[in-house]
Design a protein around this ligand. Structure first.
Ligand code: GDD
Ligand code: MG
Length: 363
């Protein structure tokens, strides 16, 4: 089986992290986003990456994983962004092999329990002629207008309507960005910049040939800082249920916390809930961390307090500093001692010498 992952897009909403590497490579729970999709287990042998931004970085990185994962990875490179459907037309020859088998198409920035097996079974059970199976999350999301919304018959899964980012409320079942498509869908897609959500799915739904299942378990688009942090909580919750031994334990741990084996944690720290501690990271004595993720190679100095924030690679947070409210430090940012950051979004390679009292971008 084959899968195409939509990895293009500039990832602007996840800046400043995406100023350093493409969004799909940004770590989530100590693993690049894109590697959370366990495709091998369900029989995918070939993955096509639809890329339009920083292709060299992606390629170098993934060659390393090709062997480890035992999957063939190839790139389909756009010279200009082709949206979410155009890349399928561009990769047509890679996706079609005459077998008539369906293939997966995945957004690269969603995190879930990926119900690939359920989707294959559902696809087989509804396949008559040219059905296409979209998948949709049933989160009672606060803002369905941020997503594609699916109006479906609950019993059969038949999609009546697919609408992308409509301000008007039509339902709260949202498109999860995980699809299993029959090759015949390619006959509907032209080689130009085009949106699968706006131009392709609404038409297939109108013909009553689009089907969906309600996603079991958790789901989150982690392409924006606030959702990234919310996704962390859901992910760690599910880890607690499925393989709790991976989570940290000890008197200094509260709730669900994932600590990389190479991270060093000092005396008297209080860590959690919902914290991820990346590799090579040093947390000095008396530090307080909650609802945050700290990437590789970071140093958190004594008695610093960090909550609801993301600390980018190789940054430092000074002694007694207080970093909170969706503060995002890009790569190599240094927050001086005793500084307060209330929602500062700091671009890479900066030194922060004075406090940031309200949410703002620091260039
Ligand atoms: N190759 C390529 N080329 N990929 C692209 C391009 C492009 O021009 N534009 C976007 N992508 C990729 C992104 O990297 C991402 O993996 C996926 O396509 C979706 O793009 P986003 O920019 O993340 O879209 P969204 O989050 O606003 O909305 C989409 O995802 C929601 C769920 O997370 C839509 O599919 C919604 O319907 C859906 O609800
Ligand atoms: Mg997205």
């Amino acid at each position: 089986m084959k899968a195409l992952i939509l990895v293009g897009g500039f990832g602007t909403r996840l800046r400043p992290l995406t100023l350093s590497i493409p969004k799909p490579l940004v770590e989530f729970a100590n693993k690049p986003m894109i590697l959370h999709q366990a495709l091998k287990a369900i029989g995918v042998t070939e993955v096509v990456l639809a890329i339009n931004y920083q292709p060299e970085v992606m390629l170098n990185f993934l060659k390393e994983f090709e062997a480890k994962l035992g999957i063939t990875i190839s790139c389909s490179q756009e010279t200009e962004p082709l949206g979410t459907a155009g890349p399928l037309a561009l990769a047509r020859d890679k996706l079609i092999d005459g077998s008539g088998e369906p293939f997966f198409v995945l957004n690269s920035d969603v995190i879930s329990e990926y119900p690939f097996k359920e989707m294959i079974e559902f696809h087989k059970s509804t396949w008559r002629g040219s059905f296409h199976c979209g998948n949709q999350g049933d989160n009672s999301v606060d803002e369905p207008s941020k997503y594609g919304v699916v109006v479906m018959e609950e019993t059969t899964g038949k999609v009546d309507k697919f609408v992308e980012k409509l301000k008007l409320f039509v339902g709260n079942k949202i498109n999860a960005g995980i699809y299993l498509l029959n090759p015949s869908v390619l006959d509907r897609i032209e080689l130009r910049s085009t949106s699968i959500e706006k131009e392709i799915f609404p038409k297939i739904a109108a013909e009553k040939k689009l089907y969906a299942i309600v996603l079991p378990g958790f789901w989150m688009d982690i392409g924006q800082p606030k959702d990234y942090i919310a996704g962390l909580r859901l992910y760690l919750d599910s880890l607690r249920k499925k393989s709790s031994t991976k989570l940290a334990t000890g008197h200094h741990i509260v709730g669900n916390v994932l600590v990389h084996e190479s991270a060093k944690i000092g005396e008297g720290c209080l860590i959690g809930p919902d914290v991820v501690v990346g590799p090579g990271r040093v947390v000095e004595a008396g530090v307080r961390l909650s609802c945050c993720t700290v990437m590789r190679g970071v140093r958190i100095k004594k008695h610093a307090c960090i909550s609801s924030s993301i600390i980018g690679w190789h940054s430092t947070v000074g002694q007694w500093a207080r970093v909170e409210n969706m503060t995002i430090l890009g790569e190599d940012v240094h927050v001086c001692d005793e500084i307060y950051s209330n929602g500062g979004v700091i671009l890479p390679h900066k030194e922060i010498k004075s406090s940031i009292l309200k949410p703002e971008i620091v260039m």
